[in-house]
Design a protein around this ligand. Structure first.
Ligand SMILES: NC(=O)c1ccc[n+]([C@@H]2O[C@H](COP(=O)([O-])OP(=O)(O)OC[C@H]3O[C@@H](n4cnc5c(N)ncnc54)[C@H](OP(=O)(O)O)[C@@H]3O)[C@@H](O)[C@H]2O)c1
Ligand SMILES: *[C@@H]1O[C@H](CO)[C@@H](O)[C@H](O)[C@H]1NC(C)=O
Ligand SMILES: *[C@@H]1O[C@H](CO)[C@@H](O)[C@H](O)[C@H]1NC(C)=O
Length: 347
């Protein structure tokens, strides 16, 4: 009897097994990147956070389709290692590194002006870089770090590459950075239409809050979990508003959830949380499987022309949360983000 009692699993083990089973069941995606024939010869793509996890697998796939593949990474060492790995695996020599730290608006501006100056076209922008588990902290630019990394940096990046700004200040800043002989290109994505913007969000957006006071740390969302959820909600809201603004330009914008994927995303958590995460790893999607829904939005025939939508981790059109579908909220967040990034002049 004693022995049986000791053997019967405690409740948390049961819960864990149930979770494992659930994860296992949702691993397979009905859409297989390898079966998609899309070829990107002559096209240029940018993948942010492309040195690990989902981003690296997405970049690998796009490079295999012969795209000029720009890995936008914050670390030269990690970025260059990924460039070499992808070049070796795909035989595509046009895989390059450009430094980008999405948590810094200055870095985003420098990256965008280099791209506008040196790249003749841009067909796909994948906003993948993201963090979770970081403590609440304000960057030297006065932004909260998780919000800057996951949301506001990518917001500015997307707008600069689109040429969406109306502020003369921004134009002037860029103009000074450009060599006098080069033409000021401000519409890289639009000029390359049909082009696609793809935002890696998460199913976790559904419990987020889109309070723009979070962006500068004027309000604390209450922990990294809430912060992460809220950045992922903002990703979906912005995709919707961008799509609305891009109507008729031939540039589409969609958001997606990769599912629960075994990557290094948990690196900032305590050892206990990471240990628990590790137990579940074998049941999760691999980074390669987790990349499928992003690749689907970036290249598939099925997603061509679709805009302002949210795809689930099985590459199916899904309805995001009610807050994520609130057009007024999306517009409010957009306007606050424009002011914070200097995309509109404040007089
Ligand atoms: N894994 C999941 O279960 C899951 C679920 C839902 C959504 N997602 C989303 O998927 C995306 C990719 O995550 P992942 O799971 O592949 O995690 P990952 O392996 O940790 O990859 C994240 C990538 O983003 C980069 N990055 C982080 N901060 C950056 C910054 N300030 N500037 C530039 N790059 C930065 C990282 O670069 P460093 O190496 O320099 O840190 C890394 O390359 C994220 O947006 C994440 O929110 C993941
Ligand atoms: C996603 O898309 C919007 C526009 O749709 C962009 O401004 C936003 O910053 C992008 N990136 C993320 C990670 O949300
Ligand atoms: C964030 O979202 C996840 C999944 O939707 C949820 O389990 C978690 O409780 C949320 N965290 C907060 C603080 O809202």
């Amino acid at each position: 009897m004693e022995l049986l009692g000791a053997l019967s699993p405690p409740w948390w083990l049961l819960l864990l097994s149930l979770l494992a089973l659930l994860l296992w069941a949702t691993r397979r995606s009905p859409w297989e990147p390898r079966k998609c024939p899309a070829d990107l010869t002559g096209k240029t793509v940018i993948v942010t956070g492309a040195n690990s996890g989902i981003g690296k697998c997405v970049a690998m796939d796009l490079a295999r389709r012969n795209a000029r593949t720009i890995l936008a990474c914050r670390s030269r060492e990690r970025g260059q290692a990924a460039v070499e790995e992808i070049r070796a695996a795909t035989g595509n020599p046009a895989v390059v590194l450009r430094l980008l730290d999405t948590s810094s608006l200055a870095s985003v501006r420098a990256f965008a002006s280099a791209v506008l100056r040196e790249e003749p076209r841009l067909d796909v922008l994948v906003n993948n870089a993201g963090v979770t588990g970081l403590p609440f902290a304000i960057t030297s630019e006065g932004l909260e770090q998780t919000f800057a990394t996951n949301y506001l940096g990518p917001f500015l990046l997307t707008n600069l590459l689109l040429g969406e700004w109306r502020g003369w200040g921004e134009l002037w800043r860029l103009w000074r950075l450009l060599p006098a002989h080069s033409l000021l290109r401000t519409d890289l994505l639009k000029a390359s239409a049909p082009a696609r913007v793809v935002n890696v969000s998460s199913f976790r957006h559904s419990l987020g809050t889109a309070d723009s006071a979070f962006l500068t740390g004027q309000r604390n969302p209450g922990g990294y979990d809430a912060a992460y959820n809220s950045t992922k909600l903002m990703n979906v809201l912005f995709t919707a508003e961008l799509a609305r603004r891009l109507q008729g330009t031939g540039v589409t914008a969609n958001a997606l959830s990769p599912g629960v994927v075994s990557t290094s995303i948990m690196r900032h958590f305590s050892w206990a949380v990471r240990a628990l995460f590790s137990l579940l790893r074998p049941f999760m999607k691999s980074a390669e499987q987790g990349a499928a829904s992003t690749i689907f939005c970036a290249v598939s025939e099925e997603a061509a022309g679709i805009t302002g939508k949210y795809f689930d981790s099985s590459c199916r059109l899904a309805l995001p949360s009610a807050a994520a579908r609130d057009a007024a909220l999306a517009r409010k967040l957009w306007e606050a983000s424009e002011r914070l990034t200097g995309l509109t002049e404040q007089h």
